[in-house]
Design a protein around this ligand. Structure first.
Ligand code: GTP
Ligand code: MG
Length: 205
């Protein structure tokens, strides 16, 4: 039998706090701590994934309306590091001005950030990789930032469909380690411990 969820975590989750929403990089938290970025298109399930990791229902605001998270949202874990909920991209109805703002904020955030230790790139299990996801992954490669993929909303697929999706993702991503593509569901908590372990590896390489 697989171990019960939450019993194989590499550390004890003692404290999680929402710190701040950042619309401009000058507003980043004063306290310098290592950061792990949570990236993905709008509506892919970033805020839900954070709530699942934190075991909190609505610490990160989720919504059926895409484009809810427009800022970088900082969550401090165990007083040791930040998980940073990045604004979602690929929101079709977003005006060009907003898309440009997003690209500008992202480029600055990713380019000049010695605190950033790793990223979790979310991909919707049902839709696969989009061109903007590819762009995001290219950013990670350029900045030599280690990352893992969380294939979200896995509960919406049958086991066969999910396995097929994972095979395709691993093929498309080329040189990624198979174990770095993690099937994930905020509903069933599938992949929660694996993701915490990946985050722990980013912090303690
Ligand atoms: P933005 O803030 O707009 O970028 O979106 P987001 O990526 O933070 O997505 P969010 O977590 O708000 O989730 C979007 C929708 O997908 C919500 O209606 C969630 O309930 C739903 N959702 C997220 N994760 C899952 C999951 O694992 N399973 C299922 N079935 N639904 C999910
Ligand atoms: Mg969100």
């Amino acid at each position: 039998m697989p171990p019960k969820i939450g019993t194989t975590l590499p550390f004890i989750l003692k404290k999680v706090e929402f710190i701040t929403s950042v619309f401009d990089l000058t507003q980043r938290p004063k306290e310098c701590l290592p950061e792990i970025a949570i990236a993905g298109r709008s509506n892919v399930g970033k805020s839900s994934l954070l709530n699942c990791l934190f075991q909190r229902k609505q610490l990160a605001h989720t919504s059926k309306t895409p484009g809810k998270t427009r800022s970088l949202n900082y969550y401090k874990v165990n007083n040791q590091f930040y998980l940073v909920d990045l604004p979602g991209y690929g929101f079709a109805k977003a005006p060009k001005e907003l898309r440009d703002q997003w690209a500008d904020l992202m480029a600055k955030y990713l380019e000049d950030n010695s605190q950033l230790k790793g990223a979790v790139q979310l991909i919707d299990s049902r839709h696969g990789i989009t061109p903007l996801d590819q762009q995001m992954i290219a950013y990670f490669h350029t900045s030599e930032l280690p990352f893992v993929i969380a294939a979200t909303k896995a509960d919406k697929l049958s086991l066969t469909q999910l396995q097929q999706t994972l095979i395709e993702l691993r093929q498309q991503l080329g040189d990624i380690k198979p174990s770095d593509v993690i099937p994930f569901s905020s509903k069933s908590h599938l992949g929660r411990d694996e993701l915490w372990k990946a985050i722990h590896r980013f912090l303690h390489p």
